[in-house]
Design a protein around this ligand. Structure first.
Ligand SMILES: Nc1nc2c(ncn2[C@@H]2O[C@H](COP(=O)(O)OP(=O)(O)O)[C@@H](O)[C@H]2O)c(=O)[nH]1
Ligand SMILES: [Mg+2]
Ligand SMILES: [Zn+2]
Length: 322
């Protein structure tokens, strides 16, 4: 009343969370769940990274809501990020794209069969989550389809490898409503990133959490395969029981942006634990004498599948260097 129309100052700013960020189109949700399309005022720069997008889904911001429906809200401040996931920006050699920020957990939907998920795939997923400091949970889905001894052996092995590394491992049948509470407990109140092979049951699992959720995970990367889309973005969907899920390309497509061979070994928790015992401080656990990680392969402290992924990744980051 009496205030000058259009004179929006930071004094009216309120807290919000970015739930969509595609080009200059940014959608913010306030604490009551109301959504506003917003623009950014000023420059948001994050120390150390050159990104193509100033804000990403999951970002906590201060924004001034529009006074009229036809107007846009204005984002005035970006809060510090707890973590963020990067990918290489398309069309910009040395820039990155922030895919998502403030992610509470990464959920890997793993299947013993139909389709089989390899431990190599899981290792790569976990390497990325370790690098971004995002706690990971392995959800073994389709346990109802485990019927023979060979499958049960692989189930045991997967549980053993990843729980001994400290990851939470959960078994589920996403088509069985009696697992609904398990699914709710997992997602409720958290910002979750979900990954896994196509057909592993991501949509089915999310449907168990929120039957009204109308998304198809993996849609974005599917588009990419057909070449219809060139830009990739993530979108955050609110979940009925509280919390959000990030719809995004598979974590595999995130690439190894910015990783180098020096840091790779820090993202394998078991190697991190053992490296203090290596003879050389800068041991890369390749052919160095007195290497505790290679010794760990003999004692069973390091699983061959994990070491194998490490070697492959070391090769890949060498090739990616620019
Ligand atoms: N038997 C069984 N089938 C499942 C389970 N979870 C998903 N499916 C089926 O697997 C297929 C692929 O699931 P979907 O959720 O689309 O996989 P997404 O590609 O990862 O999203 C569908 O036919 C689902 O009904 C499960 O736990 N057990
Ligand atoms: Mg799906
Ligand atoms: Zn070593």
């Amino acid at each position: 009343m009496g205030g000058k129309k259009g004179n929006r100052t930071s004094a009216n700013a309120k807290k919000g969370r970015v739930i969509r960020s595609v080009g200059s189109s940014i959608r913010v949700e306030d604490e009551e769940g109301q959504r506003f399309d917003c623009v950014i005022r000023g420059k948001f720069r994050i120390k150390g990274i050159k990104s193509t997008n100033p804000v990403a889904v999951g970002d906590e911001v201060m924004f001034v809501p529009p006074q009229e429906e036809s107007e846009l809200g204005v984002i005035t401040e970006l809060q510090e990020r707890k973590n963020y996931i990067l990918r290489k920006a398309i069309g910009h050699n040395h820039k990155v794209h922030i895919l998502a920020a403030n992610v509470d957990q990464a959920i890997l939907v793993f299947t013993i069969d139909f389709p089989p998920t390899s431990t190599g795939f899981a290792n790569r997923f976990l390497l990325v989550t370790e690098a971004y400091h995002i706690p990971a949970v392995i959800v073994i889905n389709k346990v109802d389809l485990i019927t023979n001894e060979e499958q049960r052996d692989r189930l045991r092995l997967v549980k053993e490898i990843y729980s001994s590394l400290g990851y939470k491992v959960i078994e589920i049948n996403s088509t069985d409503p009696s697992y609904q509470q398990t699914a709710l407990d997992l997602f409720k109140g958290k910002v979750s990133f979900i990954g896994g092979h196509s057909g592993a049951g991501k949509s089915t699992l999310l449907n168990l959490v929120d039957p009204d959720l109308n998304i198809k995970t993996g849609l974005v990367s599917d588009y990419n395969k057909k070449g219809k889309h060139t830009t990739t973005y993530a979108e955050m969907h609110p979940l009925a029981p509280g919390g959000y899920v990030i719809d995004s390309p598979g974590i595999k497509e995130l690439g190894l942006t910015g990783f180098d061979s020096e840091e790779l070994r820090h993202y394998f928790p078991e190697m991190r634990r053992l490296m203090a015992d290596c003879r050389f401080n800068d041991c890369k656990h390749l052919n160095e004498p007195g290497c505790a990680v290679r010794a760990g392969l003999e004692t069973g402290e390091v699983h061959p599948s994990r070491y194998d992924t490490y070697l492959r990744m070391m090769e890949e980051v060498k090739e990616l260097r620019y």
